[in-house]
Design a protein around this ligand. Structure first.
Ligand code: UGA
Ligand code: MN
Length: 440
């Protein structure tokens, strides 16, 4: 039976504060078309701190300069001056040496895989140690599987399988209901799955409750709005409040059995994905199609082991993978009480995976050693819901249009108005006629 409990909404933002702290240190990024994968990394010139010995008595003599030559005071004693000359000659030499060392690493020149791994400390690896502290706002949930059959077998035949907790962040826009409907029709074929639908909205959407109940897939519907202070930031942390709420739900239920997967509402899922991730022991990974410049992002596998990653936007991410490109065993995740997904656009996957102490050797490659695409990063065009001029007096029981537009309004797809928007065209035999012709 579905149950509903309403709790006050009070999103905590301890990590948000961290974000603000980190913002100053972050690489500058720009966002084109409001798409994460168009974000590009623009390195800024480093600010050097040169010690300037001033003639005045000012104590604060650490002045930031943009690569200026060091300024030396006239009052330096001659013994120190003879040390300074060799140092000044050595400094450019060291800079050139370091430059070549670093660039050969970045380009992978003369660097073996072992060298790359050397700087790795797996378990000292929580960049954000603040625990999740979301207030959960559950709208409705059902733990019963309403499906008699899944893939030609009775649901009961799958009772021994570990449950997949499929976390879907979603947000109100005109494509929301179609996206969720399409996704539901994929998930209907997946046995032993609990669908965590976390809506980026202040209130519970009752239409969504009805929709989710109708599918018969066990689900939890929660309201998990993005904190106000991030709403207008560009890029915004999309789907983060939602996933954090789902992580909190998993923690509150002390779930240590099953597998967690972050499945956005607009992606396309191959049914084989679910078979592949269900047996995840710690963290499994696989390629995601249609990501960014290479139209793919995923692990590089050699001899059955993940050794590196292919992704066109590295940006110093240790785990340059898409949210849809990995699954996590809940028993493993429960070993990391500081599991987290900070509000840091573009870095959600990386920081989440860092928060669970992942080591590259532990990753289980899936999809036939990462040779197959089992999930696609499809994106739906996001358009404004239109207002159509259609007089209210005609939206009664005389035709279907009243009920149709009431339904479109509830779903946030389109709105009818007496006075606004382009006049709705109603035609017969290729000719538009006044509304009164058909509706009065
Ligand atoms: C990419 C990644 O695939 C996402 O996993 C990642 O969260 C996102 O970038 C990001 O970091 O911004 P992309 O297709 O660019 O995804 O983003 P969307 O599909 O627009 O949003 C990701 C998820 O968050 C979707 O399920 C969407 O419904 C939800 N979302 C989006 C919200 O809950 N609130 C929003 O304001 C926007
Ligand atoms: Mn998307």
């Amino acid at each position: 039976m579905p149950s509903a409990h309403y709790l006050p909404l009070d999103p905590q933002a301890s990590d948000a504060d961290d974000l603000e702290e980190e913002e100053g240190q972050q690489e500058h990024r720009t966002s084109m078309n409001n798409n994460q994968y168009n974000i590009r990394y623009h390195p800024q010139p480093a600010v050097d701190y040169d010690v300037v010995v001033d003639d005045d008595d000012n104590d604060d003599d650490r002045t930031p300069t943009m690569g200026k030559a060091p300024r030396l005071s006239r009052s330096i004693p001659s013994r120190r001056r003879c040390w300074i000359m060799p140092i000044m000659l050595l400094v450019p030499f060291c800079i050139v040496f370091l430059y070549f060392m670093l660039s050969s690493q970045t380009l992978g020149l003369g660097t073996s895989l072992e060298d790359v791994d050397d700087d790795y400390e797996p378990h000292n690896d929580s960049p954000n140690t603040h625990a999740l502290n979301e207030t959960l706002h559950i709208c409705s949930e059902s733990h019963e599987d309403g499906r008699l059959y899944v893939q030609d077998k009775p649901s009961s035949a799958y009772a021994q399988l570990p449950v997949i907790y499929f976390v879907t962040p979603t947000y109100p826009r005109r494509e929301q209901i179609p996206e969720l409907t399409r996704l539901a029709h994929s998930l209907l074929h997946v046995p032993r799955l609990h669908w965590l639908v976390a809506n980026d909205h202040e209130r519970c959407d009752t239409y969504m409750d009805i929709l989710l109940n109708r599918f018969g897939i066990p689900f939890t519907h929660m309201a998990s709005p993005m904190p106000h202070k991030f709403r207008n930031s560009k890029p915004a942390p999309r789907g983060v409040a939602n996933r954090r709420a789902a992580l909190q739900w998993i923690r509150q239920h002390n779930l240590t059995n099953g597998v967690l997967y972050f499945g956005d509402d607009d992606n396309t899922y191959d049914l084989r994905l679910f078979t592949e991730i269900r047996q995840t022991q710690r963290v499994s990974m696989f390629p995601v199609g249609l990501i960014a410049d290479y139209a793919v992002s995923g692990p590089v596998v050699r001899d059955g082991k993940v050794v590196a990653f292919l992704d066109s936007w590295v940006a110093a991410r240790r785990w340059p993978v898409d949210m849809a490109g990995f699954a996590v065993n809940l028993g493993y995740m429960s070993l990391y009480p500081n599991v987290n997904m900070p509000y840091k656009p573009g870095y959600e996957e990386d920081l989440f995976l860092r928060s669970i102490g992942l080591h590259i050797d532990q990753i289980e490659p899936r999809g036939n050693n990462c040779t197959e695409i089992l999930v696609w990063h499809t994106q739906t065009k996001n358009k404004k819901s239109p207002v159509v001029r259609l007089e209210k007096k005609y939206l009664d029981g005389r035709s279907n249009l009243g009920a149709l537009f009431r339904s479109l309004k509830v779903m946030g797809v389109a709105f009818a108005s007496d006075t606004e928007g382009p006049l709705a065209t109603i035609s017969k035999n290729g000719k538009g006629k006044p509304h009164s012709y058909f509706l009065s």
